[in-house]
Design a protein around this ligand. Structure first.
Ligand SMILES: Nc1ncnc2c1ncn2[C@@H]1O[C@H](COP(=O)(O)OP(=O)(O)OP(=O)(O)O)[C@@H](O)[C@H]1O
Length: 615
């Protein structure tokens, strides 16, 4: 399932799978948490037994034994308390470290997935939901903590049931009405009845809470996502500051922010009211059970079934039982809330890379004889019915300089995305040297292309990492590519040279102009030295001199390679051997510059329209 916040897994199945994942990242956490639960349970119960004994010794006047019991009680409490503290810290620390490891897993998967899947709105929603949940409510370590608390509560319940049943079955020694009220049959029946009422009540409270959480989930995630966008990419993104000021967008931005803030506030208020209600109702259920417990023990003491010292033991066990029921109910609600969100994370991890279908390696050819052909290729973007390309068939001629021309939105960039297999055709297929490109190993196939995208992206990393794309770089080759792109002098003037960081002005980096950035993007494409060079509007931000230089060096830049050039500057297309004109999703015209002018069709119209302004 790709789209939306799904509920593919049940809450506890999600929880179980998350715990498995946590166990994989650190196999110690779960055993340590279980040990912690055992110790946490041992503290109150050892206390109940020893305290009961202490009171009995005191009431019987056995002061020596009373003193020994008091010392034992204090010692056990001290040792267990210390161990619980140490274990708690270890589990907490390990949990946080694993949560970071799991965050790393998300980022690694996001980079490994194919672009088509990552662009899908449903997938983005899954990532947003996971990130938001971990930020707002804690990560998988928090869910593990809830499970640990539930485990402690279950242990506590098991011990208290044994004690309560023992108490129920102890027969009174007195006669009359007390004999009847404290009899095992009545004690058992009363205990079962009160327990059923309390459990039924708590189940109702939890169900209502879960329904409310489910209803609020979608709007909550969307509102938080919008607020996150406003905060990180509008208010704090100084590069948008000039547009905001020139177009006086402050009012509009604050209004939008206000709307989303109102939605989040409403969600929080509703959830807080619901939590308050559930805590109050749980406390009432708790109160009923504790009152019943005290009465039962009280009757047993009056009927002579147990000693006065046993009051603390049995009443304590019953109070523990009731608290443990509430703990289970509350932590179950937290788990349901978290797992409701975090099931998205598991669905995201399950997504498969659509591009990892092929395995044929790409033949390494020094002669660069790679021939690509489109066979009746049609394409619509996922989720859209609009056909961007329709039954396009064409061969990209070997080592030609080809130009792709067409009006805005004609599908030129889409053609390139299909060629590089960032997307697969909806119909038809593409071949490389006669073999369907889906059969090739995708990473190897991608290595054939060097592209300067229209929206080329540089990163706030050093220039060297931007150009060599993080690979081990050779200085000489790097400088040569920078020179070919016309930006070598600019880089050499920088104090840090190739190590200069881009954009991070606040921490010693360099802010760069649009044209400089485009030249660096061109240098990156040249450094890759792939057999296909694709340049999508590569000179749009360049000044006339720089553009002229690139054109004159174009032959040298793409020598011995197949190149595809996309530009709305028609004059640049004349350098190309083959021009393809796209219109309405089809190849409307194809030929050399001279041939297409002669044809007096779309290309000639585009050429003449532009030529008019340059005469
Ligand atoms: N990721 C996407 N999802 C949906 N539609 C898209 C996506 N990318 C592009 N389109 C649509 O596909 C059509 C072709 O876009 P494309 O970018 O291929 O055109 P182009 O010829 O390169 O345009 P331009 O000359 O303006 O750069 C456009 O209508 C565009 O809105």
């Amino acid at each position: 399932m790709i789209g939306g916040i799904g509920k593919k897994f049940s809450y506890h199945k999600t929880g179980f799978m998350l715990m498995k994942l946590l166990h994989k990242t650190d196999p110690d956490i779960i055993p340590l948490s279980m040990l912690l639960s055992l110790l946490q349970t041992a503290i109150p119960y050892s206390g109940f037994f020893l305290f009961a004994r202490l009171i009995d010794y005191l009431t019987a006047g056995n002061y020596d034994e009373a003193l020994q019991t008091a010392i034992l009680l204090t010692g056990i409490n001290l040792v267990l308390g210390l161990l619980v503290d140490l274990l708690n810290q270890a589990v907490e620390y390990k949990g946080k470290a694993s949560a970071l490891g799991i965050k790393y897993l998300i980022r690694e998967k996001a980079l490994a997935l194919d672009l088509e899947t990552m662009e899908n709105a449903g997938v983005q929603e899954k990532i947003n939901t996971t990130e938001f949940t971990m930020r707002m409510y804690g990560g998988i370590d928090y869910i593990a903590k809830c499970y640990q608390k539930i485990f402690t509560a279950v242990l506590s319940i098991a011990l208290s049931i044994i004690m309560i049943l023992t108490l129920c079955f102890i027969k009174p020694v007195s006669s009359g009405v007390l004999n009847w009220t404290a009899s095992p049959a009545v004690s058992l029946a009363a205990f079962t009845l009160v327990l059923s009422i309390v459990m039924f009540w708590q189940r109702g409270i939890r169900k209502e809470l879960t329904q409310k959480q489910d209803a609020n989930r979608k709007s909550h995630v969307e509102a938080e996502h919008q607020l996150g966008y406003m905060l990180n990419q509008v208010f704090l993104d100084y590069t948008k500051g000039k547009v905001i000021r020139i177009f006086d967008m402050k009012g509009m931005i604050m209004k939008r922010y206000g709307i989303w803030r109102k939605i989040t506030r409403r969600v929080y208020e509703e959830m807080t009211a619901m939590y308050k209600k559930s805590i109050t109702l749980n406390s009432c259920a708790n109160g009923i059970f504790i009152t019943f417990s005290y009465l039962m023990v009280f009757f047993k003491i009056l009927a002579g079934a147990v000693s006065i010292g046993s009051f603390t033991k049995y009443a304590g066990a019953m109070a523990q039982f009731s608290t443990a029921l509430t703990e289970i109910s509350e932590n179950n609600s937290y788990i349901e809330r978290m797992c409701g969100y975090m099931s998205c994370f598991l669905e995201f991890l399950e997504l498969e890379n659509k591009r990892e279908t092929g395995s044929i390696p790409i033949e390494k050819r020094l002669d660069n004889i790679y021939e690509i052909e489109f066979h009746e290729v049609s394409f619509s973007y996922p989720g859209s019915s609009e056909q961007i390309l329709s039954k396009v068939s064409c061969k990209i001629r070997l080592k030609d300089k080809m130009a792709l021309v067409g009006e805005n939105g004609a599908g030129k960039s889409t053609f390139i995305k299909l060629l590089c297999r960032l997307y697969d055709p909806t119909e038809g297929y593409i071949t490389l040297n006669g073999v369907d490109i889906r059969k090739y190993n995708h990473r190897e196939y991608l290595s054939l292309f060097s592209v300067v995208f229209q929206d080329f992206k540089l990163f706030a990393f050093p220039i060297s990492d931007n150009i060599a794309a993080g690979k081990k770089w050779e200085e000489e080759k790097l400088l040569k590519c920078l020179k070919q792109a016309g930006i070598e002098n600019w880089v050499q003037k920088k104090k840090e040279g190739l190590h200069t960081s881009l954009y991070t002005v606040n921490s010693g980096g360099e802010d760069i102009s649009g044209g400089e950035a485009q030249k660096l993007a061109l240098a990156r494409a040249l450094y890759k030295d792939a057999p296909f060079v694709i340049l999508d509007e590569p000179t749009a931000a360049l000044d006339p001199f720089s553009e002229y230089e690139i054109y004159t060096r174009f032959d040298e830049l793409v020598r011995n390679k197949t190149s595809i050039y996309i530009s709305h500057r028609m004059s640049s297309c004349r350098f190309c051997d083959d021009i393809m004109v796209l219109r309405n999703g089809k190849i409307a015209e194809r030929g050399s510059h001279e041939k297409l002018l002669e044809k007096a069709g779309i290309y000639a119209n585009l050429w003449n329209a532009q030529a008019k302004y340059y005469i």
